[in-house]
Each structure stands twice: as C-alpha cells, then as structure tokens.
Write a protein that binds this ligand. Structure first.
Ligand SMILES: N[C@@H](CCC(=O)N[C@@H](CS)C(=O)NCC(=O)O)C(=O)O
Length: 206
C-alpha cells in the first residue's frame, strides 16, 4: 500500500489530466493536486522526467511517473479497493485497445481541432467522427459502459477526450448513438460531471 500523500501535476483543461482526476476521485485516492505548465516549467520537468507532459505522479520517495494510463495502472496495483480494472484477461486487453485508439489516434485530433479554425477545423471534426466510428466495435453490446454494466478504467479511455472536444465545440449529435449513450452514462457520474460542468450532449455545442 502507498504511504505518503503523492503529488499529482495537472493542467485544468488537459483531457488526460482529467482522466486521471476522474480515476482518483472514483477510487477515493487522496493526492495533492497541483497545476503545472510544462511549457513554462519545462526545464524543471526535464531534469526529472524525459517527457514534457502532464499528468505527472510523484510519490515522494523518488518515484516519478508520467502518462495517465501508467499512473492509473500503478495506483490500481497498489491502492485498496474498489478494483476498477476488469479482472478478465480479454476485458483488460480490450481496455488497452481502447486506450491505444484514444491516445494514439483520437487525442491528437482533438487537440488539433481545438487549435484550428475554418476549413481545417471542419476537417479535424470529420476525422474525429471517423475515428470514433472505429472505436464502436470495441464497446460491449451489453453497455452502457465500455465493458458491460459496471464502470471501469475502460470508461476513462475515450470519454474525457471526447468530452473535451465537445467542450471545444464538436457537435455531439454527430457521434454514433452507442458512443453518445456511453458518454452520457459516464458524464452522469459525479467524478466526471465536476470536470465538465457545462457539457451537454443533447443540444448542438456553440
Ligand atoms: N500519453 C500521455 C499524454 C499527456 C499529454 O499529451 N499531455 C498534454 C496535455 S493534455 C501535455 O502536457 N502537453 C504539453 C503541454 O501542454 O505543454 C498521458 O496519457 O498522460
């Protein structure tokens, strides 16, 4: 079991910091959250880790971790229940596929969408919708969660990233119905709602 209260460095609107925050909230795992700007404080970061990104987890005994999924899996391996990783090997593999699709394909598009305007922004929106379609076959038919009827770490793959895109103006009515149901179910959880207080999935975003 972890002993000291770890420090977690985040940016408030970063989708992957939000992923980790929602996980820690669901887990009831106490940390010291601190805002950190990797651009402004990159040098300080560079001395400690080779990647210039948040979130970062510092345990206090010298262990420093980066990457939201690596941090989640570490805490999951050490912290008391509730267990939020599925036990079944196939479900765990499906969870990792969802994270891979999100972090490699979807998240860079969402970031580019937020920064673009005009024609380029519309193109990025189309690419996000195309990518989301490729994710649907990996979701359980028993829903509404990614893996059946129970919330798990799999539900922190796509949702925080896609909710950030909707917050940035992506029209939620363009999303496949299975994904909208998933997003709504996850957004109804207090851990996620507090991170996306203004997001609505029914009306077209501004
Ligand atoms: N795979 C990493 C990606 C983290 C990432 O890209 N974080 C972004 C913010 S959402 C970042 O720190 N970018 C550098 C910056 O904002 O200056 C994770 O899941 O934690």
């Amino acid at each position: 079991m972890l002993e000291a209260l770890p420090r977690v460095l985040i940016r408030s609107r970063c989708s992957l910091s939000r992923r980790l925050r929602a996980y820690l909230d669901e887990k009831g795992f106490a940390v010291r959250l601190e805002s950190f700007d990797p651009v402004r404080h990159g040098r300080e970061l560079g001395r400690r880790i080779p990647k210039n990104s948040v979130p970062i987890f510092e345990q206090g005994d010298g262990l420093v971790l980066w990457d939201s999924r690596i941090i989640i899996e570490y805490v999951e391996d050490h912290a008391p229940p509730p267990a939020l990783m599925p036990k079944d090997a196939e479900c765990r593999a499906r969870l990792r596929l969802l994270y891979d699709l999100t972090d490699v394909a979807l998240e860079p598009l969402v970031r580019a969408f937020a920064e673009a305007s005009g024609k380029k922004r519309r193109k990025k929106a189309d690419e996000i919708i195309e990518t989301v379609r490729t994710i649907v076959p990996h979701l359980s038919h028993d829903g509404p969660y990614a893996i059946g009827k129970r919330f798990s770490v799999a539900d922190l793959s796509v949702p925080p990233v896609l909710l950030t895109a909707i917050e940035d103006g992506l029209d939620p009515s363009r999303l496949p119905i299975r994904v909208r149901l998933w997003l709504q179910t996850v957004l109804d959880r207090p851990s996620m709602r507090k991170l996306f207080p203004k997001v609505r999935l029914t009306a077209r975003a501004a």
